[in-house]
Ligand binder design. Structure first.
Ligand code: COA
Length: 262
């Protein structure tokens, strides 16, 4: 049961990259349940078809496009197909990301480059294409999915931290440059979210399954927690917010000493 009115995104069209699985699919579902027509993009057609059928069965108007966010031509083609069908593009959620835990000395040159290419360059490619195809003339909302740990040194995630630092920076720069076009650009930084591919991989590598719950609120987050914050940011309730990176991490990123008073 949502705390938001079900029609707050009525008439709007949203593109969610990496929207076929995990957090991206939940964001698509949440925006769709609040009135948006959604388009999900990812590399794998089978995942896209399954997610589209699932969301359609819930009454959500969902289309999909096979698209690798690293490839500007594919991104432009996906946005062109969306505009052909819906005639507008109000919301972009840059959620597509690559991640695997690896030590700096073990990760290959191509492995590091791949994560930066998906997370950072992919966010740039999709944002820029949406700007030129629609938002420059009509305004809009961009939400980038970031991370909460890149402000510290982190083991096993150097490549991701470098990429997400870039995503945060791009969020602020786009907000500053595009405010005059009526475009708001913000980011959500998810903490430990249960039942996600990223969490499974990290827990598998560190063997620290319950670690994610050692935050001030004492629980793992859900994909719905990230989707709710995204919905708020793209709604008119957040009309004066741009350039913000909002941690949705139960306070983990501000908890330096990790001391829990009784
Ligand atoms: N450990 C170390 N290196 C890895 C790796 C792992 N688990 N997975 C991929 N790499 C390296 C590959 O070895 C390759 O480098 P190489 O050419 O030097 O061998 C490079 O990364 C690219 O891998 P490849 O599988 O060819 O690229 P891809 O574009 O098909 O996929 C990922 C790359 C990162 C997207 C893929 O690993 C993936 O699917 N990750 C899951 C997505 C995910 O976790 N999402 C949640 C984000 S929080």
């Amino acid at each position: 049961m949502s705390v938001f009115r079900p029609d707050i995104l009525e008439g709007r069209v949203a593109l969610i990259t990496g929207g076929a699985t995990g957090i991206g699919k939940e964001i698509a579902r949440t925006l769709g349940r609040h009135g948006a027509r959604v388009a999900i993009a990812s590399r794998k057609l089978a995942n896209l078809e399954a997610a589209t059928a699932e969301l359609a069965a819930e009454g959500i108007d969902c289309m999909h496009a096979v698209c690798d966010v690293r490839e500007p031509e594919q991104v432009e083609a996906a946005i062109a197909a969306l505009l052909e069908r819906h005639g507008r593009l109000d919301i972009v959620v840059n959620n597509a990301a690559g991640n695997f835990p690896a030590l700096i000395e073990d990760i290959s040159y191509n492995g590091f480059r791949t994560v930066v290419a998906i997370d950072l360059l992919g966010t740039y490619n999709v944002s820029k294409a949406a700007f030129h195809a629609w938002m420059r003339e009509h305004g809009g909302n961009v939400v980038n999915i970031s991370a909460p740990f890149q402000h510290h040194g982190v083991a096993l995630q150097a490549h991701v931290a470098a990429a997400k630092t870039g995503v945060d920076s791009l969020t602020r720069s786009c907000a500053v440059e595009w405010g005059r076009h009526g475009i708001r650009v913000n980011a959500v930084a998810p903490g430990a979210i249960g039942e996600t591919e990223g969490m499974r991989r990290f827990s598998g590598a560190t063997g620290r399954d319950a670690d994610g719950a050692r935050n001030p609120l004492g629980r793992l987050g859900s994909a719905g927690d990230i989707a709710s914050c995204t919905l708020f940011l793209v709604s008119d309730a957040a009309g004066y917010i741009t350039g913000a990176v909002i941690p949705v991490d139960a306070g983990a990123s501000v908890d330096m000493l990790k001391i829990r008073p009784e």
